[in-house]
Design a protein around this ligand. Sequence first.
Ligand code: ZN
Length: 194
Amino acid sequence: MDDQKEDPPVLEVVQEFKSFAEFEEALQRYQKHNYCLFLRRRSNLCKDNSELKYTNARYECKHFGSKRDNPNLTGERPMQKSYKIGCKAFLYLSLKPKLQRLVVDRFQPEHNHPCSKVTYEGYPEVRRMSRDTIKSVQEFTKLKAKPILIKPLVKAREGDKIILSRDISNVRTKQIRDERQGRSEEEMLLAALN
Ligand SMILES: [Zn+2]
């Protein structure tokens, strides 16, 4: 059993999955082991089987694509630092209707950049805090604790994950927005007066 655990996780062409959840788990393990991050860029939902979820899905390395890409199309804010450095690593998953399985159709696992623990753990997608931690940040926010005081507590909960003060501020900002339920300041004022 222990030996099996130490085997590097496999992700390769013709590999089959009984469900999308099973694929996601394999991808997660592969990414954690190889310090790389693939993001789902294009996909088509499978209408008749929610377990398989997609008829096809294309994953690209976070560094896929050139810097010149139109920011309006990638959804990135113009001032945001671009991760795109022309990496060509991608994976294409597709549903084989006869098998009722998801299959890795194409996989290009080579990156044009180093994949290190430091860069991997710095990706915002990897930094994302667990639901429980987010909850406790919200509790402390209600008590009006400053992010600088919350940070060590988050660190203790999330182990060796990189947590930036910005991540904590983002949780707080979202909480305030949720509490206002999308109402404008004017609407909030009117509600308070009534
Ligand atoms: Zn890459």
